[in-house]
Design a protein around this ligand. Sequence first.
Ligand SMILES: *[C@@H]1O[C@H](CO)[C@@H](O)[C@H](O)[C@H]1NC(C)=O
Ligand SMILES: *[C@@H]1O[C@H](CO)[C@@H](O)[C@H](O)[C@H]1NC(C)=O
Ligand SMILES: *[C@@H]1O[C@H](CO)[C@@H](O)[C@H](O)[C@H]1NC(C)=O
Ligand SMILES: *[C@@H]1O[C@H](CO)[C@@H](O)[C@H](O)[C@H]1NC(C)=O
Length: 258
Amino acid sequence: MDQRPPQASPPHHRPFFLPSRPYLFKGHSTAYTISCLLLLFSFLLLLHFLTPLQPFLLLRIARSHDSHPDTACDYTFGRWVWDEGRRLDAYTEDCPFLDPGFQCRRNGRNDSSYLYWRWQPHGCDLPRFNASEMLERSRNGKIIFAGDSIGRNQWESFLCMLAKAVQNKSSIYEKYGNPITKHKGFLSMVFHDHNLTVEYYRAPFLAAVGRPPPASPDHVRAAIHLDALHWQCKRWIDADVLVLNAGHWWNEKKTIDA
Ligand SMILES: *[C@@H]1O[C@H](CO)[C@@H](O)[C@H](O)[C@H]1NC(C)=O
Ligand SMILES: *[C@@H]1O[C@H](CO)[C@@H](O)[C@H](O)[C@H]1NC(C)=O
Ligand SMILES: *[C@@H]1O[C@H](CO)[C@@H](O)[C@H](O)[C@H]1NC(C)=O
Ligand SMILES: *[C@@H]1O[C@H](CO)[C@@H](O)[C@H](O)[C@H]1NC(C)=O
């Protein structure tokens, strides 16, 4: 489970001020936020038209198998189906990139029914995940997950799925030597032989979180700045694929705690 967001900024005189890196952004927070958003947006547009990375296209568009062979199929439009004929076997809990807390079976889960659900897009089928193909298509690329612990789960699963196609497990490593245990910043896994980086940024709100405004009551320990992306967002700009997730922390208890 997630912990509270870190509080890591000196006090400020304005309530809505990008807090985390004052020496960089002091007096320029709005401009910074806008340029960050613009860059991110133009990057997404660019990605849409120019990406050399195939997995992104693969995920969005596939030829339909129905009676309209020239219609693109949107993989995001579909439903979960129970399929006893297709047990998920993309990886096991022996995978070295799983947090102990995310190893369901070792932590006592004794059913395996969750392994039989698969995503069924309307009008076409998803090809089965093929790790070596995915690695090849992602060569020289950067794939980033940012969000809460659900995003972290997805990131770890993805690492484990890719790692199945890598013989030499030592050729997969954290760029800065950080261990994959509970970690508060970001982790950058390198698939050395494919020059591929798969990163995770812990950003439960995706927005910036910092000190409360001056003269706040004592129980207000932090402020969520809805007008600013997470202070690490400048590191997301050169991603070929950016996977964002949020939601779980936007509940009354957690936003009020923040
Ligand atoms: C699995 O867990 C359920 C609920 O905790 C329990 O009733 C059941 O006996 C367990 N089955 C096995 C095989 O341990
Ligand atoms: C995965 O993809 C590779 C390369 O495209 C292919 O050679 C291999 O047969 C595929 N594996 C499966 C299980 O489909
Ligand atoms: C590795 O990929 C990066 C882009 O992520 C690229 O700039 C670099 O040239 C690549 N290195 C090699 C050796 O291909
Ligand atoms: C495995 O990968 C590591 C790190 O890239 C490398 O130093 C080592 O030589 C590789 N081992 C083999 C058997 O290829």
